[in-house]
Design a binder for this molecule. Structure first.
Ligand code: CU
Length: 68
């Protein structure tokens, strides 16, 4: 299992962070998602044989959130 942290500066409220959390959690290969509203970060635990950080980033970006 690997972990990755993404900075998502466009998270502005708890609705944003829980929306991203729920969506990312449904992806194949994701074992855990934590969002932190205060630091505007999404932390993901994933199985690298199923999904890459690039794919996770792409998914969040497709939801309309700017991601660094
Ligand atoms: Cu929001």
């Amino acid at each position: 299992m690997e972990t990755a942290t993404f900075n998502v500066p466009s998270i502005s409220c708890s609705a944003c962070s829980s929306k991203i959390e729920e969506n990312v959690r449904e992806l194949k290969g994701i074992t855990n998602v934590y969002s932190d509203l205060k630091s505007q970060q999404i932390k993901v635990e994933y199985n690298p044989s199923d999904i890459s950080p690039q794919e996770i980033k792409k998914h969040i970006a497709q939801m309309g959130y700017e991601i660094i």
